[in-house]
Design a binder for this molecule. Structure first.
Ligand code: HEM
Length: 136
């Protein structure tokens, strides 16, 4: 599987769970897990989908194991961070160190992505530009 298709698939799963959390909060009028909902949607849906677009436009990177690793690391960090943040806001402060470790995992995944973005242009050149035909 390519890094982009893994990103898109996981992003859709995350946003379904994120939306369900949002509907649950609205229906119950209990917004305690709002920070977990926000993190899941922004790390799991928005960021992951953006990674997918970036990878899809760079075919050589898209098929690399390192890019797959970046998506895996980011997703694992997002899941653990979301659960830990929810636990903290539901009254389990013991989850704090777990959230801290997960946040460092997410940071490490972002450093890996930064490496892809900043490394010499020759190795990460985008694929052919998408042709857009204007409507009549
Ligand atoms: C049907 C879908 C959704 C529902 C029902 C929903 C519901 C909610 C609710 C009830 C809150 C708490 C508001 C508060 O306590 O002030 C909230 C907060 C939030 N949601 Fe959603 N949400 C949905 C989708 C999304 C999506 C797709 C994103 C991001 C891409 C998102 C990002 C956020 C953020 C960032 C906050 C925190 C806002 C703040 O700090 O005031 N939500 N949402």
């Amino acid at each position: 599987m390519t890094a982009s298709s893994l990103s898109f698939r996981l992003a859709v799963v995350f946003v379904i769970v994120g939306i369900a959390m949002g509907i649950g909060m609205a229906a119950s009028q209990n917004h305690a897990i709002m920070p977990a909902h926000a993190h899941l949607n922004l790390l799991g849906w928005v960021s992951l989908f953006l990674f997918g677009i970036y990878y899809e436009r760079r075919p050589a990177l898209d098929t690399s194991r390192l890019a797959l690793m970046q998506v895996g690391l980011w997703s694992a960090g997002t899941i653990v961070l979301t659960v830990a943040v929810a636990a903290i806001h539901l009254g389990y402060p013991a989850a704090d160190p777990i959230a801290a470790v997960a946040s460092l995992v997410v940071l490490a995944a972002m450093f890996l992505f930064a490496y892809f973005v900043f490394r010499p242009a020759a190795s990460i050149a985008p694929g052919r530009p998408v042709r857009v035909t204007p409507a009549e």
